[in-house]
Design a protein around this ligand. Sequence first.
Ligand SMILES: O=C(O)CCC(=O)C(=O)O
Length: 277
Amino acid sequence: MDFMTDRDVQKECDELRQRMGDMVRRWTSPKHCRTTFSTNHDEQLKAQASSKHTVQEAQTISSPVETRSAFSLRKEFLTTKGIHRTKTEVLNKVGHALHAYEPLYKQVTHSPKVQGLARKLGLVSPVILQSMFIFKQPGIGGEVTPHQDATFLHTEPLGRVMGLWIALEDATENNGCLWFIPHSHNSGISRRMVRTPKGTYPMTDFTGREQTYNEQKFSRSVVLIDGEVVHRSSENTSEDSRHVYTFHIMESQDTRWSPENWLQPTEELPFPQLYTK
Ligand SMILES: O=C(O)CCC(=O)C(=O)O
């Protein structure tokens, strides 16, 4: 399915990175957007207790460049270590509706390559759930602990969600490539992030716990991420960034999207169909 030459692909990756750079330069960070991203269970609970933003942003985001969008900062690095870093150098990620509001990202998400891939996989009515730009900054890009995406994006039955993870720069063992446990998508899920009852805080909680996985079981792999496969990435201790554009799709035919998921479609921002024709 080679629709493009290597040079075309490089150009597309560069354009996506440039566009993100422009967005970040134009962005001013309101306090409620300043959360520190973590996939650690206890740190996630702490962050949820101090921020209503993630859930609200999923419902109200109107443009990733406006203040209501989710820019998650590694803010502790802004003024520490005696070095001043710009926001472009400390952002962790930008999400979760680039596919809906940013024309360039929308175009890539619905590109013939992606649609062709989904058709090859036999998806009948795939919809786009969310999208993110992940920075994995040099020197400070944090670890993403072992997890399954179905913890956050739950469906009945399971097996309907898939992530497409597009490396816009080389992803290596030094700058935090992805690692997977082969076959782990066959063992169900051990943890779920669910909405708490309306009007209570934090707005989300976890049921179950992530298991402890044997480090030796992880191997580096490609970019189609089954919703249940256990995966992780390490800290970026190198001098190179590891920029990624990633989005999740779901086969919507005969699938129930859990109303307990943190992310819910709205009238303003439904889950758009992947296929445009
Ligand atoms: O890019 C990373 O380091 C982690 C991404 C990830 O876990 C995901 O897209 O599900």
